[in-house]
Ligand binder design. Structure first.
Ligand SMILES: [Fe+2]
Ligand SMILES: [Fe+2]
Length: 296
């Protein structure tokens, strides 16, 4: 026999569900590796406008190259967050700027790879609040193929975090940044997460791939989001020194980020709040030299 207390509790929960249920799709923008000053400037100049124009609910930006192409300083992390990023992900360059070792412990909107190192500060996955009482899970993994140093198995890390935060439960959407050199490893990660994450998007190689799609299980996927940087370059660096090294095999100077106008590159996704599955995906290229595209 059901008690009066239980009946009241059930009714109350039903009312809460009714009042907080949001039937509008979640509009999520992911932007790839911000490269140096050109990338930072493009974020500051364009992201606030895009947040309004595209009615974005949640924005994730990869910031691993935002400071001189090598890592992310605390000041530049604040700049990306102030410009409209809800979360900043990192990568293999996570701690190239030494102040990130302490800043990541204070700023919970920064995510480093889950499998970076057991001794690394910060976390590789976290759940964040989005408008309408919704929750978004964000995680990042590093690949193992062709990376400069070995990292732990990304697939077991993904499996464990997706079991912890299943879509359709406490989280409305789940975004995975797969930071890998090999396109094959990123595609494998996409299929591994299909139906368990809303978005799997690749970073690290700085050139956008034209394969944005919704996988059969409902996961939005793109092998590489591309960088937010100057594309008149070699993956974001001024082209003179990389060309010299390719042609002569001899370094003469340091790499410096290319400085002309950047293209914001990334992925726009709409997701269903109840299932977490993607309902729309569009590639994004705004400003700078690349051909332009977006959800409009
Ligand atoms: Fe990287
Ligand atoms: Fe990068």
């Amino acid at each position: 026999m059901i008690s009066r207390w239980q009946a009241t509790d059930c009714s109350f929960r039903w009312m809460i569900g009714r009042t907080t249920r949001n039937t509008d799709p979640m509009k999520i923008l992911f932007l790839g590796d911000v490269m140096g000053r050109a990338g930072r400037t493009a974020i500051v100049n364009h992201l606030p406008r895009l947040r309004t124009a595209w009615k974005l609910d949640f924005v994730v930006v990869n910031g691993e190259n935002a400071t001189s192409g090598m890592g992310l300083s605390a000041d530049h992390a604040k700049l990306l967050l102030d410009a409209g990023a809800d979360v900043v992900t990192l990568g293999d360059h996570a701690f190239d700027q030494k102040d990130m070792l302490s800043f990541i412990e204070k700023e919970n909107r920064i995510i480093r790879p889950m499998n970076y190192s057991k001794a690394a500060p910060g976390v590789g996955a976290r759940v964040f609040n989005a408008p309408g009482g919704r929750k978004v899970h964000v995680a990042q993994v590093l690949g193992q193929v062709f990376m400069k140093r070995p990292f732990d198995d990304p697939f077991s890390a993904l499996d464990s975090v997706l079991r912890q935060y299943p879509m359709g439960g406490q989280v409305s959407a789940s975004l995975i940044d797969v930071h890998c050199e090999a396109t094959s490893e990123k595609m494998a990660a996409g299929h591994f997460c299909d139906g368990r994450a809303s978005i799997v998007v690749g970073t690290h190689t700085h050139v956008p791939t034209s394969d944005a799609m919704i996988l059969p299980g409902g996961t939005a996927y793109q092998t590489d989001a591309g960088m937010c940087g100057d594309y008149n370059s070699v993956i974001g660096m001024d082209k003179v020194e990389p060309l010299r090294r390719f042609i002569t095999g001899m370094p003469k100077a340091r790499f410096t980020p290319a400085a002309d106008e950047a293209t914001l590159s990334g992925l726009y996704v709409e997701t269903d709040n109840m299932t977490g599955k993607a309902t729309r995906v569009e590639m994004v290229r705004q400003g700078g030299r690349l051909s332009q595209t977006g959800p409009e």
